[in-house]
Ligand binder design. Structure first.
Ligand code: FAD
Ligand code: FES
Length: 255
């Protein structure tokens, strides 16, 4: 699919916690079709430290309103600058980038596992699954109950199972220790979160013969396959996460 560079108007900047926020963006032209798992490269203006664009997943899309959302966690200069944006300002994006999650086969049971801001590409995927007649379950992990992100949005799509590291909501611990994983067998799991979490989910899926796709968040610079700084080691050799990913089946990854 051809890439575009456009300005988008910010219609809302919703603060979730001190370091998490959701930007809602409106297109000047009719939005082209995005696929769940794809991302955009954000240009950060008026910031000499952030010469390179920053990759952010497409979190949610509303074609009827011609808007889409980005869920962002502040990490450094670029995301701190994005956190200050206000409605009416514009954001310049290269989009849509990367591949997407694969649809499940008819009748497959599906679990979406997200850790913290890793839920970003999964909400869009959850809505897509529902639209093709698959009702997934969610297993979401957060550090504590204050960091839980918009749970009602996920409950509309399917059952939500929760973990928090301190036990303040849901089961205490990491997603991989949640009881649902021993009580129920899913045919397919889609996952995004910190690397150690995705590796642990990947190991669980390998041991239990579950088809699993993960969305990697490797460091990126160009986002279009030129700089080679986002290489991941796979059974097909070393390949670029930005163009061949960010979504990979775990059977491909040399983890
Ligand atoms: C395909 C893809 C999709 C992403 N989607 C989202 C998203 O939806 N929401 C979101 O909040 N973030 C997402 N990220 C991560 C986001 O791109 C980085 O947090 C951001 O680029 C950091 O920029 P910065 O200028 O704020 O911080 P910098 O000053 O560039 O870095 C601050 C710190 O964050 C670390 N960092 C930078 N990039 C990453 C990364 N990719 N993963 C982990 N640590 C990183 C740096 O090593 C450094 O320690 C995504 C990354 C990729 C590759
Ligand atoms: S980020 Fe430059 S090749 Fe992937």
């Amino acid at each position: 699919m051809a890439k575009r560079i456009d300005d988008f108007k910010i219609t809302e900047n919703k603060r979730i916690t001190e370091d998490l926020f959701i930007l809602e963006l409106e297109g000047n032209e009719e939005l082209r079709e995005f696929k769940p798992g794809q991302f955009v490269q954000v240009r950060v203006d008026d910031s000499p430290e952030t010469f390179l664009r920053r990759p952010i997943s497409i979190h949610d899309v509303d074609y009827s309103l011609n808007t889409f959302k980005l869920l962002i966690q502040t990490a450094g200069a670029g995301t701190f600058k994005m956190a200050e944006l206000t409605p009416g300002e514009t954001l310049n994006l290269i989009y849509p980038l990367g591949n997407s999650f694969t649809d499940p086969s008819d009748g497959e049971s599906v679990l979406l596992i997200g850790g913290g801001v890793g839920v970003a590409p999964l909400l869009f995927m959850g809505k897509h699954l529902l639209s093709i007649g698959c009702k997934p379950d969610w297993l979401l992990g957060f550090r504590n109950k204050e960091r839980i992100i918009d749970l009602e949005e996920y409950k509309i799509i399917g059952n939500v199972y929760l973990t928090t590291e301190d036990g303040s909501e849901g089961e205490k611990g990491y997603v991989t220790s949640h009881s649902i994983l021993t009580e129920r067998h899913y045919d397919r799991i889609y996952c995004c979160g910190p690397d150690p979490m995705m590796k642990a989910v990947g190991a669980y899926c390998r041991n239990n013969n579950i088809n699993c796709e993960v969305s990697l968040e490797n460091l990126m610079a160009c986002g279009i396959g030129i700089c080679l700084c986002c290489i991941v080691s796979t059974v097909r050799g070393n390949i670029c996460t930005c163009t061949e990913g960010p979504v990979f089946n775990i059977s491909e990854l040399k983890w």
